[in-house]
Design a protein around this ligand. Structure first.
Ligand code: HEC
Ligand code: HEC
Ligand code: HEC
Ligand code: HEC
Ligand code: HEC
Length: 406
């Protein structure tokens, strides 16, 4: 690669760049007190200091281009400092960032924290993991149900945290993705074994790109193959399972409940974009957006003329029809059931009084599989996903569930 040189320091005057120079000494560049390493060392030529322009410009997030015809160097793009402030403003509008008390709904259980709090992932696998559940068990205030907080605002935390002593959960933020385990997952593209739900915590998940970071938390959180095995093994525990908010479960094509020996179609075009490709598309200024909102320009690259994400609603309608068919078939196999349960207290099905019918009382494994996939697709449709994450997989999961029940 050609090297370009900048005479003097005009480009970086606004930043504190120091180049101490003495005869016969290696010249080093310091930017805001930190040494800037460059593949080309600065040089003293005829009493003037020449520094590599590319290294300095790129440090500040500028793109450097050389036009040999004009013998000109152009520098474009936002600086890192401008970028950080733009990105912070975008991030402030994202749903991730809006959770002031991230464990308020997930609860302070140790195994919820890596996905539901910033410090949970930031300290994951370190010698100081974030384990509020363990802390609570050993905290005298936490175990004293009669304790009332001085501040009425904190009353609801009285036996969750001691608000003056406890290590409170922090929201997901820049550090969650750009430092520690998060940054490592982003860089290596590998979900660590202990966070890989689909291996029961025993094997790494080699995704191959930064989407590994999104999959770490967004995966549906259920080891579906194991659950299905338990449902069909006499004597094994039959869990009342529902999918844990499974956009990722659909995108990865790993989180639906599948029958062995059946090949499930996938919308590979969408999968190849990845969470980052759709939710953090590059802006026209060339940086990765952080508002986490998909942009229609991403879609029109393939769907010419598309003006809104459902593309006229045909897919949504098709999925809704399949859901109605599947629900009828599932309910017919579960005596007394009037509705498929979608959450913690109602899955897999409820009776006319709204009471759970436990999986243990349901003899049809096909009904349980149907109820699970029904919940997965309906969550996607109703909670803002619009069915677009992996249309072919969503359809295939419903079709196979229906086929096995007919
Ligand atoms: C540390 C776990 C974690 C990681 C890593 C993570 N998410 Fe999330 N995400 C969540 C949780 C939890 C929520 C629900 C909102 C909340 O509680 O903060 C959420 C919400 C969202 C939402 C809906 C709200 C919004 O911001 O629009 C989108 C979209 C999203 N995540 C996409 C992504 C993408 C893309 C990535 C990868 C770059 C990612 N997430 C990485 C945990 C995570
Ligand atoms: C593997 C990561 C992961 C783990 C572990 C996890 N969650 Fe979640 N959870 C998520 C993601 C991602 C969402 C999606 C939130 C969204 O996008 O709206 C979510 C959503 C939720 C929601 C729904 C919030 C809403 O706004 O509807 C609840 C409740 C919840 N989780 C409770 C828990 C509890 C309780 C635990 C521990 C027992 C737990 N979660 C463990 C990843 C996880
Ligand atoms: C093909 C593009 C595409 C891919 C790939 C994709 N998404 Fe989405 N996602 C969308 C669209 C479009 C919406 C609907 C957004 C809207 O209506 O504004 C959406 C909605 C969501 C929502 C609900 C939005 C909200 O504000 O609550 C979440 C959460 C989400 N996606 C998470 C993810 C995660 C996690 C991944 C990766 C595992 C992912 N998405 C991959 C396109 C995509
Ligand atoms: C949920 C995860 C997540 C969070 C939170 C997050 N980022 Fe990022 N960030 C990413 C991903 C993914 C990329 C692009 C891929 C990469 O850098 O490897 C990125 C890229 C960047 C870049 C490089 C931009 C470019 O295109 O050159 C900067 C700078 C950045 N982030 C700053 C921030 C700041 C500042 C915050 C907090 C306000 C933040 N990020 C929060 C995931 C995240
Ligand atoms: C790389 C090309 C590509 C991009 C980009 C893309 N899609 Fe698709 N999409 C496809 C292909 C190919 C199919 C059909 C294959 C299938 O269903 O498996 C499809 C199918 C769909 C469908 C179902 C069929 C229909 O037209 O109703 C919807 C809805 C959809 N995409 C929405 C989106 C949205 C929203 C975005 C942007 C967030 C997007 N797509 C981005 C390639 C793409």
């Amino acid at each position: 690669m050609k090297k370009y040189w900048l005479i003097g320091l005009a480009l970086v005057l606004t930043f504190a760049v120091a180049i101490p120079v003495a005869a016969n000494q290696i010249i080093k560049i310091y930017v805001n007190g930190q040494e800037l390493k460059s593949d080309v060392a600065p040089q003293l030529v005829k009493g003037r200091t020449l520094v590599p322009i590319r290294a300095i410009a790129e440090y500040f997030g500028k793109e450097v281009n050389y036009d040999p015809k004009k013998n000109a160097v152009t520098i474009t793009g936002k600086t890192n400092l401008e970028l950080t402030s733009v990105i912070s403003q975008e991030w402030a509008t994202a749903g991730h960032a809006n959770t002031k008390n991230p464990l308020a709904y997930a609860g302070p259980r140790d195994n919820c924290t890596p996905c539901h709090s910033g410090n949970g992932l930031e300290r994951y696998g370190t010698d100081k993991p974030y384990t509020p559940g363990t802390a609570i068990k050993t905290n005298p205030i936490a175990t004293d149900k009669a304790y009332t907080d001085k501040d009425p605002k904190n009353a609801k935390y009285t036996f969750m945290f001691d608000p003056y002593e406890a290590d409170m959960p922090s929201p997901i933020g820049c550090a969650t993705c750009h430092s520690g385990p998060g940054a490592n997952i982003l860089k290596t593209g590998v979900v660590p074994a202990k966070l890989n739900i689909f291996s029961g915590g025993t094997a790494e998940w080699k995704v191959g790109n930064g989407d590994a970071l999104c999959y770490t938390c967004h995966n549906g959180r259920r080891d579906v193959a194991k659950i299905l095995k338990d449902w069909t093994t006499p004597g094994a525990t039959k869990a009342n399972t529902y999918p844990h908010h499974g956009w990722g479960a659909l995108v990865t094509g790993k989180g639906g409940m599948e029958y062995s020996g059946v090949k499930y179609a996938q919308t590979t075009a969408h999968q190849s974009l990845g969470c980052i490709g759709c939710h953090m598309s590059k802006t026209k200024d060339g940086y990765v957006s952080h508002d986490f909102k998909p942009k229609i320009e991403t879609c029109t690259k393939c769907h010419a003329g598309m003006t809104e994400f459902t593309n006229g609603g045909k897919l949504k309608k098709e999925l809704e029809e399949k859901l109605v068919t599947l629900e009828k078939l599932v309910l017919a196999k579960i005596p007394g059931a009037v509705k498929i349960g979608l959450d913690n207290s109602t899955a897999p099905a409820v009776d006319k009084d709204g009471k759970r019918i436990p999986a243990a009382n349901i003899s049809s494994a096909e009904a349980l599989v149907g109820a699970y996939n029904y919940a997965l697709v309906i969550q996607e449709l109703e909670n803002g996903g619009k069915g677009v994450h992996n249309p072919s997989y969503a359809k295939a999961l419903l079709d196979e569930s229906i086929k096995k029940l007919q």
